[in-house]
Design a binder for this molecule. Structure first.
Ligand code: HGY
Ligand code: MN
Ligand code: MN
Length: 417
């Protein structure tokens, strides 16, 4: 297994160099680097014995067919094998680390390769999924890949625009060189055993507990928005302060209110991650500001209460400063509980490899949030240094990755199709 883990680390390093931006790792939805990443991972999938296809939303899918169907209890017809889904995303944030997403795509490929080398055959089909978009960098709305795969992409998603004004639909039609139709779910729920995602923790818990891996009990809900504040651009030198309608000053006041609410609400996190100031000149009062807002909590009720409070705070600031503030919701996902049955099975494998298993809540969103609508989900977290992620210094050690690989191999062999 050590050689499989070494191979996996080489893949992670190589894939981490496939980027849209020289000098840093950035791969966004349907970009040239995403196409190169799909091509490279396809080679590794084929070498592992998987048959490979790319679906209409750009998801990379590697499939390993089950062994000959088994007869159960003298039945006349053998039971049709179900499919176990394994995967994560191949897109990244800007200036990303090389583990967030790709670890959960490449590790299952290494696990399949290890099992096939041992001549193991499984009583269920396996599909390894490399989702084309999870982070929501290009369109400020995440999960477009897993939404497409699970048949939950909607017209409203296709109408979202990137910073260049290109819609999701236009991006998909350019990717295909032809018309795009909303895809159905890749599989009916009844044909699926579940979806298991391996991911770095992106938090400090496993490091504090000195554990290489842990299992996820639940994933926090999240809401994302684009806010557009409009005031009045004007001359920075001649416009008296009392006569200004400075959109950026209003956003600054709102940003302090956002942070204050999150600081005083246990478990709430709220972030203004990107901002565009117009017209964007040093001697012009900002007449318009567009920014994102990301709000999360393990409890949907707390998150919704926080959103109402932030809506009131924005309205108060806009009134006081004679600004307008328009909200556009770009993502809204409730908290998700992982499947107790599948998680118990994963915990057994974690205990078999690591000696003990601890569970934790995920503050980060994952494709498992979307896939939970299609199949039971479970997640295996891998310790990452200082909990750092969405940063080039993101790091999971080869030793911890090998533990996770051993856990997944054990889980696949133990799972009853
Ligand atoms: O933002 C998140 O929670 C994830 O990394 N997409
Ligand atoms: Mn991720
Ligand atoms: Mn991420």
């Amino acid at each position: 297994m050590a050689s499989s883990a070494q191979q996996l680390n080489r893949w992670l390093t190589e894939l981490g160099r496939i980027s849209d931006e020289p000098g840093q790792l950035t791969r966004t939805f349907l970009s040239p680097a995403m196409k190169r990443a799909n091509a490279r991972v396809s080679v590794w999938m084929r070498e592992a014995g998987l048959t490979v296809r790319v679906d209409s939303v750009g998801n990379l899918i590697g499939r390993w067919e089950a062994a000959a169907p088994v007869r159960r209890g003298g039945s006349r017809r053998p039971a049709r094998p179900k499919t176990l889904l394994l995967g994560s995303h191949l897109d990244t944030v800007r200036n990303a680390g090389r583990f967030d997403g790709p670890l959960g795509v490449l590790l299952p490929i290494a696990a399949v390769a290890a099992l096939r080398r041992r001549g193991v055959e499984l009583p269920f089909h396996v599909e390894v999924l490399g989702f084309s978009e999870e982070e929501g960098v290009r369109f400020a709305s995440g999960y477009l890949g897993s939404l497409g795969y699970s048949g939950r992409l909607r017209e409203a998603d296709l109408a979202l625009r990137d910073d260049a004004g290109v819609t999701v639909r236009q991006a998909l039609e350019a990717f295909h060189g032809g018309p795009f139709q909303l895809p159905p779910a890749a599989h009916p729920r009844r044909d699926l055993l579940g979806y298991v995602e391996v991911h770095i923790e992106q938090g400090p818990v496993l490091e504090e507990r000195k554990l290489a891996v842990g299992v996820v009990s639940a994933i926090a809900g999240q809401s994302r928005f684009k806010l557009t504040w409009t005031g009045q651009a004007g001359h920075a030198g001649t416009t008296p302060m009392a006569l200004r309608r400075d959109a950026l000053a209003g956003v600054a006041e709102f940003a302090v209110a956002v942070e204050a609410l999150a600081r005083r609400t246990p478990g709430l996190v709220a972030t203004i991650g990107s901002m565009t100031v117009s017209p964007g000149a040093s001697n012009v009062i900002p007449g318009r500001v567009l920014h994102t807002l990301d709000v999360r909590h393990a409890s949907d009720a707390v998150r919704k209460k926080a959103l109402l409070a932030l809506g009131r705070a924005a309205a108060k600031t806009a009134r006081a400063r004679q600004l307008t503030c328009r909200w556009q919701r770009t993502q809204h996902d409730g908290a998700v509980n992982c499947s107790p049955t599948l998680t118990a099975q994963l915990e057994k494998s974690v205990r078999a490899v690591q000696g003990q298993s601890r569970s934790l809540v995920s503050g980060a969103g994952h494709d498992a949030v979307v896939m939970a609508k299609l199949a039971p989900v479970a997640m295996l977290f891998v310790r990452c240094r200082a909990g750092l992620s969405h940063h080039p210094d993101e790091f999971a050690s080869p030793g911890d990755i090998e533990v996770a690989l051993r856990v997944l191999v054990d889980f696949l062999q133990a799972l009853d199709g």
